[in-house]
Design a protein around this ligand. Structure first.
Ligand code: PSV
Ligand code: MN
Ligand code: MN
Length: 388
């Protein structure tokens, strides 16, 4: 796409979902550095997410994580989001923090523990019914630490059984997004370690089961854009958990470690026809801001996704195709790199002004006084944290 107005139109339509857990305190197993003004309740997390949308204009939904965002009345939580100008997006399940899950959740050797985990997943679908959410995001920490610890094949059977039960429970307009991760917290085997395993389970179940690519969940050097291209081609790419990593599942800000990789991923999304919301490819962030301010970190991350997207949209598809067809390796690469090397910040600033926004969302947020206000208002009470 070379026409700037078409690029701007596409960027105006983009929707990036922020995660409720990014607004709470987080850290490593060594230390959580508490920050002032952090939300104490799911409602306050939504209030903060609404600020990200207010200044970027492209972050209209917030993902929730159960039980971290447990409330009595989910319809009321959805109404609160609506009042703030956002909506509740994906419901994330958490079957990894109970003592019962030490040897796994849905793949645990004990049928009673498996039942408990499945009930939690089914409850998440009840929550989706109340919030009007389309997507259930499933991530399992299940795996083993030692060779011989449990039967790898039996664990696949148990996984398949649980996924089938959840699939059955989904409504017509609902789907689940199945996440995979190479390792952690299990260090020897993980029951869903890679896209191929997730894909195989999803393929068996049907169209309401899709794969979600968390960009931090691969071995170093993995060509993530190839996975994206393949899954899109098969109609199985449900969306992304965006973040960046230098080493493992670092959960740093998307586009911080490797903006070129993010561009290559977004190019495959655009190329594969997965860009528009109707295609069902969800752009979600899954990050933690351990040492940087959280709302600002989310705003910066949304902008990073926008920049990579703008560059991907700027690739001259005709020139690229013709260079590819004629086998002109260097010209094809040059067309690609031209788009990547374009400074899209002026275009995005212009777009924001056209959308009635400040051209610099971070500066506008800082000048708004919101941070000072929440720091004052949220002095008392227990701040929400990763896991609370
Ligand atoms: C697991 O590492 C994961 O990526 C899953 O998406 C969880 O829901 C999320 O992180 C928790 O931060
Ligand atoms: Mn994730
Ligand atoms: Mn992760």
């Amino acid at each position: 796409m070379n026409d700037t107005s078409a690029v701007k139109d596409a960027l105006r339509r983009q929707q990036i979902e922020t995660p409720s857990w990014a607004y709470g305190n987080s850290g490593t197993r060594f230390k959580v550095f508490a920050q002032p003004g952090v939300p104490r309740t799911p409602r306050e997390k939504i209030d903060d997410a609404a600020q990200v949308h207010r200044f970027t204009g492209v972050a209209p939904s917030v993902a929730i994580h159960i039980p971290w965002d447990r409330v009595d009345d989910y319809a009321a939580l959805a109404a609160h989001a609506k009042e703030r100008g956002v909506r509740i997006g994906a419901v994330n399940t958490n079957v990894f923090q109970d003592d019962d899950y030490m040897l796994g959740s849905v793949t645990n050797p004990d049928p009673a523990v498996r039942r408990k985990a499945l009930d939690q997943l089914l409850e998440a679908v009840d929550i989706m019914d109340a919030t009007g959410s389309r997507d259930l995001k499933l991530w399992f920490s299940d795996g083993t630490n030692y060779p011989g610890q449990d039967d790898i094949r039996d664990r696949q059977d148990r996984m398949a059984e649980a996924l089938a039960a959840v699939y059955e429970r989904l409504g017509d307009d609902q789907r689940f997004l199945l996440e995979y991760k190479l390792f952690e917290p299990a260090f020897y085997t993980t029951d869903l370690p890679d896209w191929g395993t997730s894909y195989a389970h999803c393929l068996k179940l049907g169209p309401k089961a899709q794969v979600v690519v968390d960009t931090g969940h691969h071995a170093p050097g993995t060509n993530i854009e190839f996975i994206v291209a393949f899954l899109l081609r098969e109609g199985k790419l449900g969306g992304f958990d965006f973040n960046s990593r230098f080493y493992a599942d670092d959960d740093l800000m998307v586009g911080a470690a490797d903006p070129f990789q993010l561009f290559r991923i977004m190019y495959e999304v655009v190329r594969g026809g997965g860009y528009d919301a109707e295609t069902g490819v969800a752009f979600m962030l899954d990050q933690c801001h351990n040492i940087e301010p959280k709302i600002q970190g989310q705003i910066r991350s949304v902008m990073n996704v926008q920049e990579a997207t703008a560059k991907a949209l700027l690739v001259d598809a005709d020139a690229l195709r013709s260079a590819q067809r004629s086998g002109d390796v260097l010209e094809a690469n040059a067309v690609f790199m031209d788009a990547y090397n374009t400074d899209v910040r002026p275009l995005l600033a212009e777009l924001r002004e056209e959308m009635g926004l400040h051209p610099n969302p971070v500066a506008a947020y800082k000048a708004s006084g919101y941070y000072e206000r929440i720091t004052e208002e949220r002095k008392d009470g227990q701040a929400a944290g990763w896991g609370a």
